[in-house]
Design a protein around this ligand. Structure first.
Ligand code: GAR
Length: 197
């Protein structure tokens, strides 16, 4: 069984998809810990309801990138995590976490990277930018995390059609649906050795 650590900041629908797949035995993995940068994240409540070790950091920790980096690193290390999954985590991964876990950290991003990635492009901002640019196609990307925002090796992508009447919100919902499947399938391929990190 692979040990997973999931990092979240928001509603945690990708986290839930991973948790469900583990519970149903579809993934030979166990979520050891959920870490949130946001103490009010819905994802935290959902993880606690499922009796997962769920840890959140407060404003003071969050405001100091070095302290946040060390705190995340310690928690992941203590839980002996094999794979770190960023699932709507809105903070930058620091050098300490990278020094131990680089190559085993995955992120899901709501666009077809390298398009619409980088600092400031996250969550609904991505979908606003995609619609603003008149794109006919968008999607989701799973990539390895390194020290550059959204620049690590791309492991998987899936596209969706952007319809003429799509709003950022409707596009976000469409992309999320694809994300849930893509994340589970990519983690499965990694666990089963069909993607080598
Ligand atoms: C997802 O769309 C994810 O791709 C995006 O935030 C959303 C989180 O949803 N992540 C980023 O923008 C990171 N750059 P969730 O909390 O329901 O999983």
């Amino acid at each position: 069984m692979k040990k997973l650590g999931i990092l979240v900041s928001g509603q945690g629908s990708n986290m839930t998809a991973i948790l469900n797949a583990c519970e149903q035995g579809y993934l030979q993995a166990e979520v050891e810990v959920v870490i949130s940068s946001n103490p009010d994240a819905k994802a935290l409540t959902k993880a606690k309801e499922r009796k997962i070790d769920a840890i959140s950091f407060n404003e003071t920790t969050n405001k100091n990138p070095e302290v946040l980096d060390t705190s995340i690193c310690e928690v992941l290390y203590e839980h002996k995590v094999d794979l770190v999954l960023l699932a709507g985590f809105m903070k930058k991964i620091g050098p300490k976490v990278l020094s131990i876990f680089e190559g085993s950290i995955l992120n899901i991003h709501p666009s077809l990277l390298p398009k619409y990635g980088g600092q400031g492009l996250y969550g609904i901002n991505v979908h606003r930018a995609v619609i603003g640019a008149g794109e006919k196609k968008s999607g989701a990307t799973i990539h390895l995390v390194n020290s550059d925002y959204d620049k690590g090796t791309i492991l998987a992508q899936k596209s969706v059609i952007v319809d003429a009447d799509d709003t950022p919100e409707s596009l976000a919902a469409k992309v999320l649906e694809v994300e849930h499947v893509l994340y589970v399938e990519t983690v499965k391929k990694i666990i089963e050795g069909n993607i080598i990190l």
